[in-house]
Design a protein around this ligand. Structure first.
Ligand SMILES: C[S@@+](CC[C@H](N)C(=O)[O-])C[C@H]1O[C@@H](n2cnc3c(N)ncnc32)[C@H](O)[C@@H]1O
Length: 281
């Protein structure tokens, strides 16, 4: 399958994902909160599409030492939860880049509702060919998204290109351990749209080859295994909404794919880490 076909499959996957801007607005409305009363502190309980919610963003921010003068790029920003949270917490400017047009539209709508439009913007585009000039960001981040992207060397090359000298890359990602079979890799693409999953060792080589120096790697595997079990239960709790929005077959397919994914964490075939790298001055 070509890279273009893989990218199209990812876009379609997120067009029909159980989490959506509409589902978030509905969840907020169910709490009796009107659109006018929506704020970032309310949205952040619903809009983080990675493992560990805002606590994981806090850990990433501490690792990156984000400050108000940073120009942050959130690579694969999804519905924009982390981008809004970082801007709200620090006062810095954040640009989110995402491949899926419906995610960019949803993120923009949620950001307007949180009244953060002057600090946070979203751009539709592919992380493998970023629509940005060289050296404009001081920090690039990513959470649980790079596993969708084929050609990791090109991905980290693009990130290195748009970072200023001295800029930091801090990201968490789904990784494999020795022993992950081709059958499981194929199922992970078919069910979850994960492509060419990297390992700590392969990322170390890719980062070094584009001139980024590793500062720190934090292993998150045990924590993620616990979280993924809970997250699977959370998706199951959305069964009625997901079936109403996307149909029974879609719900069952996603549920089975997620069960396989969580099973690979339980058996130690998949791992997770927070990786901090730096572009030399
Ligand atoms: C799991 S979501 C993560 C969203 C966000 N990081 C968060 O924590 O809320 C993954 C996102 O990656 C985006 N994505 C996947 N491949 C991409 C690519 N090649 N370029 C840009 N975005 C991509 C998807 O469209 C999706 O919105």
């Amino acid at each position: 399958m070509t890279h273009d076909h893989r990218l199209q499959a990812v876009e379609q996957f997120y067009d029909f994902h159980p989490l959506s801007a509409r589902q978030i607005f509905d969840a907020v409305a169910a709490r009796g909160i009107t659109r006018d009363d929506i704020s970032e502190s309310i949205l952040q309980e619903h809009d983080q599409d990675h493992y560990g919610g805002t606590a994981a963003v806090d850990r990433l921010m501490a690792q990156a030492q984000v400050n108000s003068g940073d120009r942050v790029l959130d690579v694969c920003s999804g519905l924009g939860g982390p981008a809004r949270y970082i801007a709200w917490k620090t006062g810095c400017h954040v640009t989110g880049l995402d491949l899926t047009a419906s995610r960019v539209d949803g993120a923009t709508e949620l950001t307007a509702a949180a009244k953060l439009g002057s600090q946070v913007r979203f751009v539709h585009g592919n992380a493998l060919a970023m629509p940005f000039p060289d050296a404009i960001f001081s920090l690039a981040i990513g959470q649980e998204a790079f596993a969708h992207i084929p050609d990791k060397p090109r991905l980290v090359g693009e990130i290195a290109r748009v970072l200023r000298p001295g800029g930091r890359l801090v990201y968490s990602d789904i990784l494999h351990r020795p022993g992950l079979t081709e059958v499981d890799r194929t199922r992970l693409f078919d069910g979850m749209r994960f492509s060419e999953i990297a390992s700590v060792d392969s990322y170390s080589i890719f980062l070094r080859d584009v001139g980024l120096a590793i500062v720190r790697i934090v292993d998150l595997t045990d924590e993620w295994t616990r979280i993924l079990v809970e997250r699977h239960a959370m998706y199951r709790s959305l069964e009625a909404q997901t079936v109403a929005r996307l149909g029974r077959e879609h719900f069952e397919r996603y549920d089975q794919a997620y069960a396989h994914f969580v099973g690979l964490y339980r058996t130690g075939m998949l791992a997770g880490a927070l990786i901090h790298a730096r572009k030399p001055d």
